[in-house]
Design a protein around this ligand. Structure first.
Ligand SMILES: NC(=O)c1ccc[n+]([C@@H]2O[C@H](COP(=O)([O-])OP(=O)(O)OC[C@H]3O[C@@H](n4cnc5c(N)ncnc54)[C@H](O)[C@@H]3O)[C@@H](O)[C@H]2O)c1
Length: 327
């Protein structure tokens, strides 16, 4: 059997494709390269360039490969862009996902692993955040992801298409082969490392007056390789007939922006020049996962929870790929 990986040329998707290949699975990637990189796709994976909303193409892929599951990463994921261009986000992340799932259903593919996000919770009222926490996103990106969760629940009930929605907190780090190359980059760790390497502007620290010990925002950074492993476990869960699930993926430990900067200093041995800036609208002070359910259901535990280890892997990749996938 083969697994369809949408968005497999992106940051997290490329790491899963690598893990699938290592596990002896056949990986078929569908990516329109709007945000991803052809070079990120493992050479042993089959690659199709196209959109998840292209019914004809998805049907052809399902005809050409014995798919038994789909891991759906493909989406736009910039919060600010989703506020200024909401229609693009609902189209790309929701409407096209619906076409994808319908086409897969018609081809008899009834297992889906979906990249959801802690952004579906909005501003949390309790931290660590459990899956039972109310979901009220504060931007179109979060809503587009939450709508897909609801769509999947409805499709499961109506058509028996089972799913595991994985709500990632902050993906970070790299494997030896695959790393983070977004344009523009908005994530803290690569930005801090670029500032350290003198390859980017001074890092901006948004908000120094949060109600946290050092005044900066706290996030839960989870190694991208650990995310990849959670997807393999989710596929195994669905293949053995497990129920549909909605699961948080995080380490359960939060680090502040200043703590991440300190880790970047320790790992690189260089200064990380930064400047303070105003809080960004809709940036909650603290987002930390209660991931105990993923452990109970999937048997998943992050193997690389150390912040320095995560930063080190990102730094090693950046050193080996100074121009990302362009090099
Ligand atoms: N990076 C994080 O910290 C994080 C956190 C929570 C959730 N997520 C979710 O995880 C997924 C992957 O994130 P990432 O950081 O790897 O993003 P990414 O932008 O690196 O990868 C997304 C990939 O999907 C492709 N794509 C987008 N729309 C497409 C479409 N309609 N058809 C085909 N291909 C399309 C892009 O070209 C890109 O290669 C996304 O769904 C994102 O919302 C990411």
């Amino acid at each position: 059997m083969a697994v369809l990986v949408t968005g497999g040329a992106g940051y997290i998707g490329s790491v899963l494709v690598e893990a699938l290949v290592a596990a002896g699975e056949r990986a078929v990637v569908l990516d329109d390269l709007s945000r991803g990189h052809r070079a990120a796709v493992h050479p042993d994976a089959v690659f199709y360039q196209g959109r998840t909303g292209d019914r004809e193409l998805v049907a052809r892929i399902a005809h050409e490969h014995p798919l038994d599951a789909c891991v759906h990463f493909a989406a736009f994921a910039y919060v600010g862009e989703s506020v200024s261009e909401p229609g693009r986000y609902f189209d790309n992340n929701f409407t096209q996902a619906q076409v994808l799932f319908e086409t897969l259903l018609a081809a008899g593919v009834k297992r889906v692993v979906f990249s959801s996000t802690c952004a579906t919770y909005g501003v949390p009222t309790a931290v660590p955040i459990a899956e039972s926490h109310p979901q009220w996103p504060i931007n179109p990106y979060g809503w587009s992801k939450l709508f897909v969760e609801r769509l999947l629940e409805s499709f499961d009930r109506a058509y028996g298409q089972r799913f595991v929605a994985l709500r990632y907190f902050n993906a970070a780090g790299a494997s030896t082969r695959c790393g983070e190359h977004h344009e523009p980059e908005t994530h803290l760790i690569p930005l801090a490392l670029r500032a350290a390497a003198d390859r980017g502007p001074k890092l901006k620290v948004f908000g120094r007056d949060y109600d946290t010990p050092d005044g900066t925002a706290i996030r839960d950074y989870v190694h991208v390789g650990d995310l990849g492993e959670a997807h393999l476990l989710a596929l195994a869960h669905l293949r053995r007939g497990g129920d549909s699930e909605l699961l948080n993926l995080g380490t359960g430990t939060g680090y502040s922006v200043l703590e991440v900067i300190e880790a970047a200093r320790r790992v690189t041995g260089r200064d990380v020049p930064f400047e303070s800036a105003a809080r960004r609208e809709g940036d909650p002070p603290r987002l930390v996962a209660d991931a105990s359910r993923a452990r109970a259901v999937l048997g998943w535990t992050p193997r690389q929870p150390s912040l320095d280890g995560i930063v080190r892997s990102a730094w090693d990749w950046m050193q080996a790929h100074p121009d990302g996938y362009r090099g």
